[in-house]
Design a protein around this ligand. Sequence first.
Ligand SMILES: [Cu+2]
Length: 171
Amino acid sequence: MTATRFSVTIALLGTKVAAMLTRKTLYIVLLTLPLMACSGPDQSQAANSGEMPSATAKMPARVWIVNPDQGDSVTSPVIVEFGIAGYGLAPAGTYEPETGHHHLLINTGLPALDMPIPADDNHVHFGKGQTETTIDLPAGEHTLQLVLGDGNHIPHQPPLTSDVITITVVD
Ligand SMILES: [Cu+2]
């Protein structure tokens, strides 16, 4: 992934992160309050001096397609790798907060976000917590997108979705 594309991804994520901030911030503050009471001033010093963030600092939740890259020309079968940060992976049928499993959307838009993601050729579930798959695609252009689903295969609120990427499969 190029630096430019990474910044665009971050910019796009900013919108989603902003929407989550109220709930997340409250959650993080509640979690870290006892620690901050002991070491509040030190935390801001650490941030300013470029030291590693404290273990309680949480990454913004996001999912992304690690590979292939937007615009890539590839041959079939195509290896697709999934990235996740800020949330954990958990098998379908388990219900730990802030966990889920990947769903790969192939040549289709986002499904309804308040019900289980369909399971068909265009909506592939990775209910064991897999982070990679290999798909057969005919020659031509195809779109790929990830959406995380909870233990019941329902997207989270707000949904964790990757950018849509378009790839070209060549013979
Ligand atoms: Cu699922």
